[in-house]
Design a binder for this molecule. Structure first.
Ligand code: SF4
Ligand code: SF4
Length: 103
């Protein structure tokens, strides 16, 4: 058991002495706690009418932001999509557009 406060429990009451050296994260499964969608400057858009459900885009997403249910891909998880554009590059059917995100 680590003597440091887990990453998921760090808040403004936790001091530097309570966190691990360098702030490294030692527990698995906490990527969902970080809203990496905030980092995005470019945004992919799913064009469902063009999608052939080939699934080429799903495994290449580094943020696991293309959900699949019952063998079909769904719309993007914009809470975690960082806007890297890899999915846009691999889609052979033009079912993903990629543009500057207006905020
Ligand atoms: S833009 Fe990048 S992070 Fe977002 S869904 Fe596509 S591959 Fe994933
Ligand atoms: S790569 Fe394109 S066509 Fe294939 S599942 Fe993804 S969005 Fe649909």
């Amino acid at each position: 058991m680590s003597k440091y406060v887990p990453a998921s429990q760090i808040n403004d009451q936790v001091t530097w002495q309570d966190i691990s050296p360098g702030g490294d994260i030692r527990e698995s499964g906490n990527a969902t706690l970080v809203n990496t969608g905030n980092w995005r400057t470019m945004i992919p858009t799913y064009v469902e009418s063009k999608c052939k459900q080939c699934m080429l885009c799903v495994p290449v997403c580094p943020d696991v932001s293309i959900p699949v249910k019952d063998g079909k891909r769904l719309n993007f998880d914009y809470e975690h999509c960082k806007g890297c554009g890899i999915c846009y590059k691999v889609c052979p059917f033009g079912a993903i557009t990629f543009a500057k995100e207006e905020k």
